[in-house]
Design a protein around this ligand. Structure first.
Ligand code: XMP
Length: 511
């Protein structure tokens, strides 16, 4: 396995993605991981990521010098190269040589990450750095140069230490993967055999080791991909000692509860307890219109309901969560304090006072790996590709007070949106498509009758990770069908409007 030390680059996760795509297992750790832990991790190679800091700045992140005594190959990328140069006795230049964007690197020597190329070859690469190396440390030579950086790629003449000024992990570096492949397979001598089937087997064993022969595990199902995959994996590992709990908070989409029950109970025979808490949630939400107050109310109530249900499970010692790798990394890397835009509510974040130990079988996986795993476990495609649905459910898509009649309106409108988007073959292209009910009524005419009814918003966005999003340019015929069907089929809505805001400055959900 490969150790990646994270100096805070926005691309660190991409490095891990590329390494795993090559079938090599890797983990991202904090930059200053101490020697003892590096030894325990026993990596076959170490990659130092990029980062926003300058090596010359006081307090900028450093790695334990043991990295260079561990007896394994080291590849420094961008900040990683500068740090390597600094620690091993080179010189940096902070003068105005900032370089961002496409650049060309000429191969000087076909070694290390450049092993697959030949001298004189020109490679398209992606640069993004402030400082650059001015003088290499003793024992190093340039193996590639660009117009701006005489040491765009460097290697030690006898040890397997390499540095790249550019980013091989981004797609703009056309042959980046070949560079990583050469480093991994030739220098680190790992084999690309890490696959999902292997992962399943290891994960099952790890679950059984953690839980023991008797232990029982509780798992909250949300209807989303992550908790579903976690539940199926646990079920394979410990069978009926898994107890799933699904809370029907009344804020679900049309048929959602029935779908979850059909899938888990009828198809996979997973022990499932559905808690009907619809009334409880509605009571707590009565009169609440402030978005944050809504979210907090739902979060609190969920925990209360879940705890009650969990307490009824005899001898439960563990709580399973579908935590993914990005959540794990978030908590270890160096990020400044951020403002709360919305307090997110998930099945996660459940109370410590439950005294249950956490089982997190997906904590090493990225989202798309979870989808692959889901398919491997037999999860149907419509579940594997599910668009995200927020924890607080339809409540944050009913602007103003949440009442059952208003929920019913948005639920029916949303079902039409889902159906038409699927029929048009757009479901997987879009990050999300849904309906929002506004607290606005307007005048309309139906037959010879005047109507005074609610307005519904169609929100459809494309996005890679939900952090930024663009409004989807849906074809007019699709817009037309959605609008016609909603106004015809949903009594109480007489107007459909289209949201054409991107994120930022808007957010994807309206509350
Ligand atoms: P926003 O509205 O912040 O949403 O642009 C970004 C993405 O997150 C989803 N979302 C949530 N997911 N719990 C969740 O699990 C929540 O409380 C929550 N709120 C928003 C939203 O659907 C979008 O995909």
């Amino acid at each position: 396995k490969i150790l990646i030390l994270d100096f805070g680059s926005q691309y660190t996760q991409l490095i891990a993605r590329r390494v795993r795509e090559l079938g090599v297992y890797c983990e991202i750790h904090r930059p200053d991981l101490p020697a003892g832990e590096i030894r325990r991790f026993a990596p076959r190679g170490i990659i130092l990521s990029g980062g926003p800091a300058s090596v010359e700045t006081e307090g900028s992140p450093r790695c334990d010098p043991f990295v260079f005594d561990a007896g394994v190959p080291v590849l420094g990328i961008c900040y990683g190269l500068q740090l390597l140069a600094k620690l091993l006795g080179g010189k940096l230049d902070r003068s105005a040589h900032r370089e961002y964007g496409n650049a060309e690197v000429e191969v000087l020597t076909a070694r290390g990450p450049f092993a697959a190329f030949h001298p004189g070859e020109r490679l398209k690469v992606w640069m993004s750095h402030g400082d650059r190396v001015d003088a290499l440390p003793p024992g190093f030579e340039a193996i590639g140069r660009s117009g701006n950086s005489p040491f765009a790629a460097a290697a030690h003449t006898s040890k397997p230490f390499y540095g790249l000024q550019f980013h091989p992990e981004v797609v703009h570096t056309a042959q980046g993967k070949a560079m990583l492949r050469a480093f991994l397979f030739t220098d680190c001598q790992v084999s690309g055999t890490w696959t999902m089937k292997g992962f399943i087997q290891e994960a099952e064993e790890a679950i059984r080791r953690q839980v023991g022969a008797e232990g029982r595990v509780i798992c909250g199902l949300s209807g989303g991909v992550d908790s579903s995959v976690a539940a199926l994996l646990l079920h394979r590992a410990i069978g009926p000692r898994l107890q799933c709990i699904f809370v029907d908070n009344g804020l679900l989409r049309q048929d959602e509860r029935a779908q979850v029950e059909a899938l888990f109970v009828d198809r996979f025979h997973v022990p499932l307890k559905t808690v009907d808490a619809r009334e409880r949630f509605l009571e707590k939400l009565a009169g609440v219109t402030d978005p944050e107050k809504k979210r907090k109310t739902i979060g609190r109530e969920f925990i209360a309901v879940f705890e009650e249900a969990a307490r009824e499970v005899q001898d439960a010692g563990f709580l399973a969560q579908g935590t993914l790798y990005p959540d794990v990394i978030e908590s270890v890397s160096y990020k400044g304090p951020s403002v709360t835009i919305k307090s997110h509510h998930n099945v996660g974040g459940l109370p410590e006072q439950m005294k249950l130990k956490l089982v997190e079988p997906l904590r090493e996986l990225f989202k798309d790996e979870v989808r692959v795993l889901g398919r491997e476990l037999g999860l149907p495609e419509e579940m594997v590709n599910r668009q995200p649905f927020p924890g607080p459910g339809l409540a944050i898509r009913v602007l103003g007070e949440v009442t059952e009649p208003r929920l019913a309106l948005v639920r029916r409108a949303d079902a039409i949106v889902q159906e038409e988007i699927r029929t048009a073959g757009l479901y997987t292209e879009l990050w999300q498509a849904f309906a929002v009910l506004l607290p606005v009524q307007s005048v309309g005419v139906m037959g010879d009758e005047r109507t005074y009814e609610s307005t519904c918003v169609l929100r459809a966005v494309t996005s890679v990770d939900g952090m930024t999003a663009d409004w989807a340019r849906l074809p007019y015929p699709v817009l037309e069908r959605i609008s016609t069907r909603i106004t015809n089929e949903v009594r109480g809505i007489n107007r459909v409007v289209l949201d054409i805001s991107s994120k930022p400055p808007a957010t994807i959900e309206w509350e």
